[in-house]
Design a protein around this ligand. Structure first.
Ligand SMILES: Nc1ncnc2c1ncn2[C@@H]1O[C@H](COP(=O)(O)OP(=O)(O)OP(=O)(O)O)[C@@H](O)[C@H]1O
Length: 284
């Protein structure tokens, strides 16, 4: 069935000094409009590769991606991206950083209207009283808030989040998770988020998609998350199925670990066996 977002037989091959490396292969995922999907998987499996292809920042080697009936062939303001580190212009104020994007998306709006939009989203993320502070004078958590406001202010069709809370302390992280969900309740933007945190994925998403280990990583497991919205952390943690879902996700990741360990051992054995034996060595 067609989705609002469609990733069809998506593949990525990187050229490396040792030849082409097929990192992602046959990755299929459809998302509904307004859906929140978390992408999980072991480090290096290809999560950022998938997200950066959706963002249009990384060429697609095979297959295709469609967002709102538009085939992706480069970056565009219809997709707002937030990385682990927000990459702000340090000498510019919070509001000017957000305006950089807003000015491009609303070129015909008046200066006051554009400032209102930027100020509105900065206020939603809790920075209403810091609009004119320079980015370099903001804490890491405040900078990440600017990054989130900047992405929403573009009124994107899709939000792409690559471990957006990865560098934050746990209190700021929980606060920003809740702020993000609150804004999403209003704006209903289709969201794909990478995380390493099983609990974060359970709290935030409608579906969790876990990738297999690379090379040739693809969708390995999909979990529909039944918790209602608006999400209340205490209710989610009290849900009778919370720990079942958590255990199922961890089990899948552990199974992938075992497979990788086995593959690594086989590779090492093949390398050892292909090496010429030195004279005098004894095979055991
Ligand atoms: N430009 C590139 N050229 C060659 N190989 C690359 C390139 N970018 C990424 N890779 C390789 O592709 C694989 C997947 O990388 P990617 O960053 O997508 O993984 P990830 O799942 O997001 O990892 P992490 O969770 O550690 O951020 C890794 O082995 C990485 O070394």
């Amino acid at each position: 069935m067609a989705g609002y977002v469609e990733m069809y037989r998506l593949g990525k091959t990187y050229d490396t000094p040792n030849g082409p490396a097929v990192i992602v292969e046959d990755f299929n995922l459809n998302m509904d409009k307004g859906e929140y999907v978390c992408l999980l998987g072991h480090s290096g499996c290809g999560k950022s590769t998938v997200l950066s292809m959706v963002a249009g920042l990384n060429d697609i080697s095979n297959g295709g991606i469609v967002v709102a009936n538009h085939e992706i062939d480069g970056p565009g303001p219809d997709r707002g991206v937030v990385f682990q580190s927000p990459c702000l212009m340090p000498w510019m104020t919070a509001i000017d950083n957000v305006l950089l994007g807003v000015d491009q998306v609303y070129p015909h709006g008046s200066k006051a209207q554009r400032r209102d939009i930027a100020g509105y989203y900065l206020t939603l993320v809790g920075l209403g009283s810091s609009l004119d502070k320079r980015a370099k004078d903001l804490s890491q958590g405040m900078q990440q808030r600017v990054g989130i406001a900047r992405a929403f202010a573009l009124k994107p069709k899709m939000l792409l989040l690559d471990e957006p809370f990865g560098m934050l302390d746990s209190l700021t992280r929980m606060e920003l998770q809740e702020i993000l969900l609150e804004i999403l309740m209003r704006d209903k933007v289709t969201t794909l988020m990478i995380t390493h945190d099983v609990d974060e994925a359970l709290f935030m998403s409608d579906r969790v998609v876990i990738m297999t280990n690379g090379p040739r990583a693809r969708v390995g497991k999909v979990l529909e998350i039944p918790f209602g919205r608006p999400r209340v952390r205490a209710d989610v943690l009290d849900h009778p199925q919370y720990y079942d879902y958590r255990a199922e996700m961890i089990q899948f990741l552990e199974d992938q670990d075992h497979k990788k360990l086995k593959q690594d051992l086989q590779k090492r054995k093949a390398i050892t066996e292909s090496q010429p034996k030195e004279e005098g060595t004894v095979s055991l």
